[in-house]
Design a protein around this ligand. Structure first.
Ligand code: 4AD
Ligand code: MG
Length: 438
């Protein structure tokens, strides 16, 4: 009886005959040998067809295989004498073709990224996208496990909402039975309600922003991990971000070696990261940015009160090996819900975590304003309709307390850990201002 298995389990089948099911990824052939790269979704293996070992039919079946042809293939597993690599010696009758594929659009030659994203549904099968999305899956698993083990309740926030969280310029409107609803920009406000019921919760889901900019850091649909905790201050928040980040780094280094290798990630940069992360007050960031700008020959000063642009974050994070907690941003540039600093009215109890190597912001969070009057004032100041926030104000009316949390952008985290330039490849089907197909 033949054994069927998958490539990820092949190590357990050395010297045995197995049948694999998959697709032809690539092939090389000479007069006497065919080297078939077979992928089955779990990995790639080289299958060898030798003219002296197989009948004519099998040999010509091997010859007829084109890229992405689907087949069953049977042979004996052997292991490379030194490396952890396996091969399949194909036997007579061992190639059973389901479909010979014609004109597969993605060939081993280089295609432009525009073309590749047009064919994203197929490009997913190529090695680099395959590796990157496996890392994404591991990152999700690591984060879920971290919060579960730390006693957090999984709390799902709605996608249709009556209110803006992160400013009105990036809202997607939806016709909701004749009323306007918005797609959620962040689950935070609902997470706050959850924290008052369960103390420690974590929201994990898609979020939507009508980002008009085309940058390698912005999507219109991205996934966010948002823990929220009652009775929780800024220092607690730093500590949570540090522990979570270290946990995920270690998980990925442990479980994604092969994927990181496929992506040619320099993992030493991740291995160097140590606790504690850098704590940098906004005032000090301004000073450091101005020194860095001077060194880079940029004459224009970064003025106190401004938000950091991508080039600023890049410059700052390239100067440090560890992630940076940039904290106490000016109140003016932060969202309506940020707690003011009781000791310095210019600034808020906010924090962004910036990833090294130029990656920049991957987390935004802070302590929440917990005083009803102050929150109403801020809602007015930000030109938001108070009616839509009455439920949220109830959280300040009934048992208010210092609380906080953060939002971690999943695709940005994956891009950093995997060492890829753009976050677009860090989600199966990226959505941007110019892209909703496929
Ligand atoms: O800094 P942001 O806007 O913070 C919030 O939404 C808070 N309400 C979160 C909270 O405290 N619960 O977004 C959080 C993170 C950013 O640091 C970034 O990583 C990611 O979400 N992000 C995006 N990722 C991809 N594309 C976009 N357009 C993004 N906008 C934000
Ligand atoms: Mg932010």
């Amino acid at each position: 009886m033949k054994t069927t298995t998958t490539i990820d389990k092949i190590a357990g089948f050395v010297d045995r005959e197995v049948t694999l099911s998959g697709w032809l990824y690539n092939k090389r052939e000479s007069k006497k040998l065919q080297f078939l790269q077979i992928r089955d979704g779990t990995g790639i293996i080289q299958a060898i067809v030798s003219i002296k070992d197989v009948d004519e039919e099998t040999w010509s079946a091997g010859q007829s295989l084109t890229q992405e042809s689907s087949l069953y293939i049977t042979g004996t597993v052997s292991k490379h004498p030194k490396r952890d690599e396996y091969e399949l010696q194909v036997k007579s009758g061992g190639i059973n073709i389901i479909q010979v594929t014609e004109d597969y659009p993605i060939t081993p030659k280089d295609h432009g990224t525009g073309y590749l994203f047009e064919h994203r549904h197929l490009w997913l099968r190529s090695q680099k996208p395959w590796a990157l999305l496996r890392i994404r899956s591991e990152v999700i698993q690591a984060i879920r496990t971290f919060f579960y083990e730390d006693g957090y309740l999984a709390f799902d926030s709605p996608m249709f909402t009556p209110s803006a969280v992160e400013g009105t310029t990036t809202l997607f409107n939806v016709d909701y039975f004749g009323e306007t609803a918005f797609l959620t920009q962040s689950g935070q406000l609902y997470g706050e309600a959850g924290a008052m019921a369960h103390r420690k919760i974590v929201v994990f889901g898609p979020t939507f922003r009508a980002e008009k900019s085309k940058t390698r850091r912005h999507l219109t649909e991205f996934w966010m991990i948002e823990p929220e905790v009652a009775f929780f201050d800024l220092e607690d928040n730093f500590e949570l971000m540090e522990r979570m980040t270290m946990y995920v780094i270690e998980w990925v280094l442990d479980k994604c070696r092969k994927e990181l290798e496929i992506l040619e990630r320099d993992t030493s940069l991740l291995e160097k990261i140590k606790l504690p992360f850098i704590r940098m007050h906004y005032d000090d960031a301004v000073k450091e940015l101005n020194e860095l700008r001077k060194k880079a020959g940029i004459n224009e000063e970064f003025e106190w009160g401004g938000d950091l642009g991508s080039p600023d974050e890049t410059m700052l994070t390239e100067a440090h090996e560890n992630p940076i907690f940039l904290h106490h941003f000016p109140r003016e540039i932060k969202a309506f819900y940020m707690a003011p600093d009781p000791d310095d009215e210019r600034v808020s109890l906010s924090v962004d975590m910036l990833a090294p190597e130029g990656y920049g912001e991957i987390i935004g969070g802070g302590q929440r304003a917990d005083d009803e009057k102050y929150v109403i004032e801020q809602i007015k100041k930000h030109d938001l309709p108070q009616e839509a926030f009455e439920w949220f104000l109830d959280l300040r009316r009934y048992g208010t307390n210092p609380h906080g949390g953060f939002g971690l952008g999943l695709e940005r985290l994956v891009a950093w850990l995997a060492g890829v330039q753009s976050i677009r490849g860090c989600i199966p089907f990226p959505r941007t201002i110019e892209k909703v197909y496929p």
